[in-house]
Design a protein around this ligand. Structure first.
Ligand SMILES: Nc1ncnc2c1ncn2[C@@H]1O[C@H](COP(=O)(O)OP(=O)(O)OP(=O)(O)O)[C@@H](O)[C@H]1O
Ligand SMILES: [Mg+2]
Length: 228
């Protein structure tokens, strides 16, 4: 059984007519545990839509999405919340940190929402902040950080509940090339160390080429799927 399986998934936005948009058009894809997958394709090809569907942020118009054998179309809101908290971590292009919380509080928040004790949450958060080189910034607010530091914090936050799947949507899109390289190396190393399945959308062919597998999208379809 694949960890992630999409069968004939379509996502339409707006009216089912000429004005409607077919963001995904009959996508079937299997991703095995531990794979590192780059998702490439021009703007509007459906990369974010695909990640949002896998992450349960959005639901398909038709087709089936299975995550660890569970059909996300039928597990309901509670099942979805559990899945998002425990199985999946997401790193967004724009970091999405809570501005009023410190770095440490941002990272511990998902663990607290999942009902972990404060001491356990803090210990895991500090371990991750050390891993991303942010332990010296734990009490800072996001507004006091550089872009690369914000993204490293967001990576730590995505990992605090020990997910099996890490989804990243253009995680270096708002970073300069130096910070982008740091963040990518970090993501790959953590994914490898923790045996995570990494699915990452990127515009950058050089970045995509470093992954074990590259899935290319065009007009809502998968047009190529290459493993190295
Ligand atoms: N909420 C929405 N309502 C209507 N159309 C949408 C919505 N979200 C996405 N779309 C459309 O779906 C298509 C796929 O969008 P998506 O965001 O998945 O592309 P993408 O490959 O991530 O692009 P980019 O590289 O620019 O981030 C686009 O044509 C987009 O305009
Ligand atoms: Mg996108």
């Amino acid at each position: 059984m694949a960890l992630i399986e999409l069968r004939d998934v379509t996502r339409m936005y707006g009216p089912a007519s000429a004005e409607g948009v077919t963001a995904l058009n009959g996508v079937s894809l299997m991703i095995e545990a531990g794979e590192q997958v780059s998702l490439v394709g021009s703007s509007g090809s459906g990369k974010s839509t695909l990640l949002n569907l896998i992450g349960g942020i959005d639901l398909p118009t038709s087709g089936t999405i299975m995550v660890e054998g569970r059909d996300i179309g039928t597990i309901g809101d509670k099942g979805m919340t559990m899945l998002r908290r425990e199985l999946i971590g997401i790193v967004f292009q724009f970091f999405n940190l809570m501005p009023t919380l410190s770095v440490l509080e941002n990272v511990t928040l998902p663990a607290e929402l999942a009902g972990k004790s404060e001491s356990e949450s803090r210990a895991r958060a500090m371990e991750l902040l050390r891993g991303v080189g942010m332990e010296g910034r734990a009490s800072h607010k996001p507004s006091e950080l550089s872009g690369g530091e914000m993204q490293r914090t967001a990576i730590a936050r995505a990992l605090v509940n020990r997910p099996k799947i890490l989804l990243a949507d253009e995680p270096t899109g708002n970073l300069d090339s130096h910070n982008g390289t740091l963040v990518l190396d970090l993501l790959r190393r953590i994914a490898a160390d923790e045996g995570l399945t990494l699915v990452m959308a990127t515009h950058d062919p050089a970045i995509a080429a470093q992954a074990g597998r590259t899935v290319e999208m065009r007009d809502g379809r998968v047009v190529s799927d290459r493993r190295r």
